[in-house]
Design a protein around this ligand. Structure first.
Ligand code: HPA
Ligand code: ZN
Length: 316
């Protein structure tokens, strides 16, 4: 039985399955290292760390060229997500990657928004800043994106974490706040608890994406619990990127025991072993989580979602 929930940590670019990657490469005449989906997927089996994954992820995104491509990518994810029990999806996109590839914002927003409008589930976009491009680039992107304001509900911060602390993005997040945009940020995936603390204090984020390393700081844990700051946790991603050695050692059960508002999410399902259903299955089989535990995760996901109270009460 599928568990109805909200998926709050999902990079649309990370849903590019090898089959669609090959289709789009052929459609657009973009070279790939292999045109065999099985061979391509085999390359995802052993990432040394976040950067090793990001290198493959960014290279593959050269196949996304047209509105139709972005539409097909999002439509495929939304169909799979609906089948996996997702009722609400808050979807990250990385416009700076596509701009770098010569794809204008209107192409990306046009294609993604068309797919969201047809979706079988409630869905909205969150524009992410690539932290390794720095704070000025983030501000510049946000100003370029504001004419497309109706296409997105918030901003986030992703890509290489260590060396790019949240405070670098303060100005961009201030503009976002003034525009009434929601604010989230990846923090504590590879960076230490200070990244989580800074995301709260300097950026005013409403949720933390990942947040695992917050557990190293008891005062921060108490704050996250008391302020009910949601953590969008991604179990299979953490194992794939070596933040957690084995799924059996994942801290999610401990996070629940600590009364943190944790949710389960798939992050980049094409690369990390499957969607939210595969993550939920791993929690059951490897971590012994019960239906009651999973019901708490589902309730947390609707509490943490950027939806109104009527939709929250009815779970959409
Ligand atoms: N972490 C940071 N940045 C990302 C990720 C991730 O897991 N996926 C796509 N961009
Ligand atoms: Zn992520």
């Amino acid at each position: 039985m599928t568990l109805p929930l909200a998926e709050l940590h999902l990079h649309i670019e990370g849903t590019l399955e090898a089959d669609l990657l090959v289709t789009l490469a052929r459609r657009n005449g973009v070279p790939l290292p292999s045109y065999d989906p099985t061979e391509l997927t085999a390359r995802y089996a052993d990432f040394a760390d976040l950067q090793a994954f990001l290198d493959v992820y960014y290279a593959n995104l050269a196949v996304l060229r047209t509105e139709q491509d972005f539409h097909d990518l999002a439509a495929a994810y939304l169909a799979r997500a609906a089948a996996a029990g997702v009722r609400r999806a808050e979807i990250f996109c990385d416009p700076q990657t596509h701009l770098r590839n010569g794809v204008p914002l209107e192409v990306m927003f046009g294609g993604l928004s068309a797919a969201l409008a047809e979706a079988p589930v409630s869905a909205d976009l969150i524009v992410c800043f690539l932290r390794d491009l720095g704070g000025d680039a983030a501000e510049d992107l946000l100003r370029q994106a504001l004419p497309f304001r109706e296409h997105f509900i918030g901003v986030g911060l992703d890509s290489a974490e260590v060396g790019y602390p949240p405070r670098l993005f303060r100005a961009a997040y201030e503009i976002a706040a003034a525009e009434g945009l929601h604010r989230v940020a990846h923090a504590g995936e590879e960076g230490g608890p200070e990244y989580v603390r800074e995301a709260l204090d300097e950026l005013g984020v409403e949720r933390i994406d990942h947040g695992n390393r917050a557990l190293e700081d008891p005062d921060l844990v108490a704050r996250l619990r008391d302020e009910r700051v949601p953590l969008t946790v991604c179990p299979l991603s953490n194992v794939a990127l070596k933040g957690v050695p084995r799924i059996e050692e994942h801290p999610l059960p401990r996070m629940l025991e600590l009364d943190l508002v944790v949710t389960v999410n798939s992050d980049d399902p094409a690369y990390f072993g499957g969607g939210i259903d595969a993550n939920v299955a791993a929690l059951r089989t490897a971590l012994g989580m019960t239906d009651d535990d999973l019901a708490v995760l589902a309730a947390n996901s609707f509490e943490a979602a950027f939806i109104d109270d009527d939709d929250r009460a009815s779970r959409l």
